[in-house]
Ligand binder design. Structure first.
Ligand code: PEP
Length: 249
């Protein structure tokens, strides 16, 4: 048995204090029958974590953290600060962080370790770029990222993997369900080999990249897909709930 599926929203650099109304609308549509089947998480800009964390229906997380607990790191926030503000999760190694800030697998691994240190759950992102998909090296690339970005101390409770093909993020393009199944099966095998069947078979593996209400049911039904990481469609309650509805029994 894996953990309860997770549908996570990444608001990126979008949202202000007025976004509390959107979160409230999400909470209203997230009834107890849906909550039995799926956990919902929103990762807003860090400035909103404390404010949005004041409700308890939808978990709140961060989009990034520094590896250290405190110190001279202007503009950064630590995992401990996220926890103190009421965050439960932190996304690490999103492709936009890897690309815009040059984050390596080793950096991502340190950030995930920081998450464990602070008692947060790390969502470790991996995924190939378009040229790697075209070259047929997707499985190789993703296996290497999972091996190098996920710390030795990972468990099914403190870690979630998010497979996000970079070419599918924000583009409206998605891999076929068969392609998603192939990559998720490969990630599952990598996790089981490294952490054993008990941990590796239970760790949640999310799919991310242009998930919307219209394609959620098909993508979330794929074997070894234990939820979604959603960008654009997590900004509006109707879209985000429309994706979560794929889990209504
Ligand atoms: C993302 O950035 O993690 C993402 C999946 O974005 P989108 O859903 O907009 O493709």
């Amino acid at each position: 048995m894996t953990n309860r599926p997770l549908v996570a929203g990444n608001w990126k650099m979008n949202g202000t204090s007025a976004s509390a109304a959107e979160l409230e609308a999400m909470g209203t549509g997230y009834d107890s029958a849906l909550a039995d089947n799926v956990e919902l998480l929103i990762c807003p800009p860090a400035l909103l974590i404390a404010q949005l964390g004041s409700q308890d229906k939808i978990a709140i997380g961060a989009q990034n953290c520094h590896a250290k607990e405190s110190g001279a790191h202007t503009g950064d926030i630590s995992a401990e600060m996220i926890r103190d503000a009421g965050g439960k999760y932190v996304i690490v190694g999103h492709s936009e962080r890897r690309e815009d800030h040059g984050e390596t697998d080793a950096d991502v691994c340190e950030k995930a370790e920081a998450a464990y240190r602070a008692g947060l759950i790390a969502i470790v992102c991996v995924g190939e770029v378009e040229s790697e998909r075209r070259a047929g090296t997707t499985l190789e690339v993703v296996t290497k990222q999972v091996s190098a970005s996920v710390p030795a101390g990972a468990t099914a409770e403190n870690t979630v993997i998010a497979y996000e093909p970079v070419w599918a993020i924000g583009t409206g393009l998605t891999p076929t369900p068969a392609d998603v199944a192939e990559v998720h099966a490969s990630i599952r095998a990598t996790l089981i080999k490294r952490f054993g069947g008990d941990v590796g078979s239970k760790m949640r593996i999310l799919y991310g990249g242009s998930v919307k209400p219209a394609n959620a049911k098909e993508l979330l039904a794929v074997k070894n897909v234990n939820g979604a990481l959603v960008g654009g469609a997590s900004l509006k309650a109707a879209d985000f709930l429309g994706i979560a509805e794929a889990y209504r029994g």
